[in-house]
Design a protein around this ligand. Structure first.
Ligand SMILES: [Zn+2]
Length: 83
């Protein structure tokens, strides 16, 4: 079954949900397919995961962490090349 491709912007938008595991299985599958061939998104995924891990080790995560991460990622998207 073919997986419908999604664009980088959609991946960025869902990045924090993906990392937090709060994402529909179908969307997760689409994002994993995207990561397989998009180094740009893979780099941001790795960087975001590092931030989540480091912050999680030092501070208890605030309840609005996901929202703040999404805002940070949306700032990244503004400076990202359109693909
Ligand atoms: Zn991408």
């Amino acid at each position: 079954l073919a997986v419908v491709e999604i664009h980088c912007r959609a991946v960025f938008r869902e990045m924090s949900n993906y990392i937090e595991g709060e994402i529909a299985p179908e969307l997760r599958e689409r994002m994993e397919k995207h990561f397989e061939k998009c180094r740009h998104c893979t780099a941001i995924l790795d960087g975001t995961r590092n931030v989540v891990r480091i912050v999680g080790e030092v501070f208890p995560l605030p309840t609005n962490f996901g929202a703040r991460l999404r805002q940070r990622l949306s700032e990244l998207v503004k400076t990202s090349p359109e693909t």
